[in-house]
Design a protein around this ligand. Structure first.
Ligand code: SF4
Length: 352
């Protein structure tokens, strides 16, 4: 099965059982603390998330898979390249995983192909494929089945691949031998906890999603809390900082597929260009990209916050003038959310 998975671009697969009861108390506590923010679907699915056989009746095993996603042309020392983007406040930073094709589509297609290949061998069987799907306790299944261990940032990481990979699952109604979990290798390191710009990693293995920039830019609807906006700097879709800080990511691997290569429009682009996208352009330029899921309004909201931050810190008068002019052009946008963030951004300009 590993060989078929590799042919399909996966780096590793494993098998987990369906008894995740020991993960339930932690999940319940996380929800009770409200750390899921506005992700109400997490609450709605409740403990079904930890009970695969309730989500898909008949499930007795879960095939887990991981797929490396660094773009194929990622240079040696890529973390330094990514950190340097934060020194250029006029540039918008899109998280590395989101610069190419929507991974949901890529993984789902390939997981289905893997299931078809298995069916050719053993005959038809009941199954359902998932990737980054709300009702699935994905990282828990991955770590139980040996795809890595849970880092203090809660992501899964592997000694030979760091954490720059996507996860997917196939729930199956055939009993398969579970694969062994691996031991954790974080030791005394706290680099991810220390690097998080908003302090969202409130304790080892505990993330308050309400403070996480990935959550704020992607999942959070409406207005972004004012006190968190300056901490977002020029990150407009997701955030990689906890992963950039992790020493294990020197072993992160490039993808075997062209799908995750960065689109020219999404890496190294100036915020003023991003703000200029009208809805038709946003839809065209994000076709097949995960960014399209957040919609044009949230996109403009995020870009406006980043522009306010650039306006506050830029010491280049021409850059500030161009940011102000672009923001002023959006000041009477039809969306109240966009207008409010644009007004906030304009107010960040240093007073003469
Ligand atoms: S940065 Fe350190 S603590 Fe965080 S996941 Fe990596 S090794 Fe673990």
């Amino acid at each position: 099965m590993q060989a078929w998975a590799r042919e399909l671009g996966f780096s590793q697969i494993g098998v987990a059982g369906v008894d995740l009861s020991s993960a339930e108390p932690g999940l319940e506590q996380w929800l009770a603390q409200g750390f899921h923010g506005e992700m109400h679907y997490m609450q709605a699915h409740g403990l079904k998330r930890a009970r695969p056989a309730e989500l898909v009746p008949g499930t007795v095993s879960v095939i887990t898979a991981r797929m490396d996603y660094l773009p194929r042309d990622t240079p040696e020392g890529w973390q330094a390249v990514e950190w340097s983007r934060l020194q250029r406040p006029g540039e918008g930073i899109v998280s590395v995983y989101a610069r190419g094709r929507d991974y949901h589509k890529v993984l789902r297609n390939r997981l289905q192909k893997l299931a078809d290949r298995i069916a050719q061998e053993i005959g038809p069987f009941g199954h359902r494929v998932f990737t980054d799907s709300a009702p699935v306790l994905e990282a828990e299944l991955a770590s139980r089945s040996g795809l890595g261990w849970r880092g203090k940032h809660t992501l899964v990481l592997h000694r030979e691949a760091g954490s720059m990979f996507f996860l997917g699952e196939i729930y199956v109604d055939v009993a398969l031998e579970p694969t062994e979990s691996v031991s954790a290798h974080c030791g005394n390191c706290t680099a991810c906890v220390d690097a998080c710009p908003t302090g969202a990693i409130v304790a080892a293995h505990r993330v308050d999603a309400r403070r996480c920039i990935s959550y704020l830019t992607i999942e959070h609807p409406g207005s972004i809390p004012v006190e968190l906006r300056p901490l977002m700097a020029n990150r407009i879709y997701g955030c990689d900082d906890c992963q950039l800080a992790c020493p294990w990511n020197k072993f992160a691997k490039t993808s075997a597929l062209p799908d995750f290569d960065a689109r020219a429009s999404l890496a190294g682009t100036q915020l003023v260009h991003f703000l200029a996208w009208d809805e038709a352009m946003f839809l065209r330029l994000t076709e097949g990209s995960p960014i399209r899921r957040i919609g044009h309004e949230r996109w403009l909201r995020n870009v406006a916050v980043a522009m306010g931050n650039a306006l506050r810190v830029s010491n280049n008068a021409a850059e500030r003038a161009s940011l102000q002019a672009a923001l002023a052009g959006r000041a009477d946008h039809g969306s109240e959310v966009v207008r409010e963030h644009v007004a906030w951004a304009l107010a960040q300009a240093p007073q003469a």
